[in-house]
Design a protein around this ligand. Structure first.
Ligand code: 5GP
Length: 173
């Protein structure tokens, strides 16, 4: 457990919320007159997903899946599918909601596995953070909030050994 006083704020609560509104505006515009099925990727995406869906003014259903790749502050590169139970997504506008795309393995796995099992109307990925410099596999992100350097960040859903997910801001040590 590291000391909270040592966290340097990267994105304050106000900055995050205003960026999330911008992302929601784009989704509302793009999918005007349509329905959305949002998929929240547990656990890290939860705060972002909850704030985002409140700002999407379209008929929306919400699903949850759970995967993990990180151990402490480094990616294992192996995606553990802890729970990938989803209803049929045929003919739906599916929006995968991620906290951060780092190596890209998780997002790539999710996009491919949903595509394989469903004939969706559209399949998009939204990620609050884009750690492009750390990418090991090419993945298309339809909407993202911020591009960040290759540093380990915590807060607003992002954890270090399970802690700091409850911070309303994103920071680093
Ligand atoms: P990827 O598969 O793209 O390497 O990583 C995806 C997952 O790794 C994210 O959903 C997140 O849980 C975790 N992750 C990647 N970078 C960071 C980071 O900087 N901080 C934290 N806390 N988790 C990260």
């Amino acid at each position: 457990m590291k000391n909270l006083q040592d966290i340097k704020i990267l994105y304050s609560e106000e900055v995050l919320q205003s960026k999330i509104q911008e992302i929601a505006n784009k989704i509302n515009e793009k999918h005007k007159g349509e329905e959305i099925c949002a998929i929240c990727v547990l656990k890290g995406s939860t705060p972002f997903c909850m704030d985002l869906i409140k700002r999407i003014n379209l008929p929306l259903t919400l699903e949850f899946i759970r995967v993990s790749t990180y151990d402490g502050d480094s990616s294992t590169g192996k995606v553990n599918h802890l729970d990938m139970t989803l209803p049929p997504l045929d003919n739906k506008n599916v929006l995968i909601v991620e906290d951060i795309v780092d190596t890209g393995f998780t997002a790539d796995f999710l996009l491919k596995s949903i595509k394989l099992k469903n004939n969706t109307k559209s399949l998009e990925l939204v990620s609050l953070l884009n750690k492009k410099i750390a990418r090991k596999i090419d993945v298309n992100i339809d909407y993202y909030g911020f591009e960040i350097d290759d540093k380990f960040v915590v807060g607003y859903g992002l954890d270090y050994n399970g802690y700091y997910r409850n911070l309303p801001y994103i920071g680093y040590f």
